[in-house]
Design a protein around this ligand. Structure first.
Ligand code: MN
Length: 319
């Protein structure tokens, strides 16, 4: 059932709390704290997956939380043109604006709840940069970029681009109505998000009001991760404390529970997918299966086989 409006009130489908008699609550395997770093031309990020084994992240590779930062005028930064091969980049902008363009004809403005899904496949060049007006004005910026691996059979597929606007996201509520869940891609309790994925995955952004609890069913053949974008709360049966910048890796089961701090909201990105189970050779902007394929990627890039920067293509704006 989709969301409906009754007397100007948006009524969201509710996610029923899994029955403890028939479901298995996923235990917390680890809580790690993301170190800070800088990406591209020097914008602040948190490396969300640092310290977690690739086999536990599979099918995910890497994730940066960009900001949250309140830029002064002239400060906003992005990346210049650079290549990718062998995986997908998923860019979700929570606050602010990012511009994107690629060598395969994809691109656009990503703003305030929109997601841009770029399948690099066999090779692409792209740029991700704040628009001129944001560089001039400064302002709030907060987003996430997630790298989703592709299985070997799809690594050399043609590039693809999906633009998912904020109003396309599937909105759900927790059982008690205290949490909003934005389903960006994949399935959750029989509902589907708009993102089309190569490997089965689920990506959702949940906001829990102070003291609210969110219990979710989560496919048992998926891994399960929760990254705290903002706020604080607890997770799991033993109420392990979590706060902004921390990643929860869950163990096996088919349900999970998060609770917001009694006086603070909790914003989390929930991620899971069916592990691909192939060897990963990741180097810089390329994610392949073998070192020889990484070397081939560098050769192909240097030989210009990733395409061309479009004439009059975007460039980082500098005052
Ligand atoms: Mn990139």
């Amino acid at each position: 059932m989709p969301a409906v409006t009754v007397d100007n009130v948006l009524v969201l489908p509710r996610i029923p709390t899994p029955d403890p008699a028939t479901s298995v609550e996923r235990p917390v395997r680890s809580v790690t704290t993301a170190p800070s770093g800088f990406e591209g031309e020097g914008f602040p990020v948190r490396r969300a997956f640092a310290g977690v084994a690739l086999t536990d992240l599979d099918p995910f590779i890497h994730m940066d939380q960009m900001g949250e930062v309140d830029y002064a005028p002239g400060e906003p930064r992005g990346t210049d043109w650079h290549p990718h091969r062998g995986f997908e980049t998923v860019t979700y902008i929570i606050d602010g604006v990012f511009q994107h363009q690629d060598s395969h004809g994809g691109g656009g403005v990503i703003a305030n709840g929109a997601t841009q899904w770029m399948t690099a496949g066999s090779g692409i060049l792209h740029i991700e940069t704040p628009p001129e007006e944001l560089v001039i004005s400064g302002g709030l910026f907060h987003g996430v970029q997630l790298w989703v691996n592709l299985p070997s059979k799809d690594k050399m597929a043609s590039p693809r681009y999906q633009n998912l606007e904020a109003d396309q996201v599937t909105l759900l509520a927790s059982d008690d109505g205290g949490a909003l869940v934005r389903l960006i891609a994949g399935g959750l309790d029989g509902h589907s998000g708009p993102g089309a994925t190569s490997t089965p995955i689920t990506i959702a952004h949940a906001t829990l009001s102070a003291g609210a609890r969110l219990s979710l069913p989560w496919r048992s053949d998926f891994n399960a991760l929760a990254f705290v974008l903002d706020g604080a709360g607890t997770v799991g049966r033993d109420h392990s404390p979590i706060e902004r910048g921390q990643l929860v890796l869950f163990g096996r089961g088919d349900a999970m529970t998060l609770t917001a701090h009694p006086t603070r909201t909790l914003d989390v990105l929930l991620l899971g997918g069916r592990p691909i189970g192939e060897p990963v050779a990741a180097y810089g902007p390329f994610v392949m299966n073998t070192r020889a394929e990484i070397q081939q990627a560098f050769e192909d890039f240097n030989a210009g086989r990733f395409g061309q920067i479009p004439a009059n293509g975007l460039r980082p704006y500098r005052r």
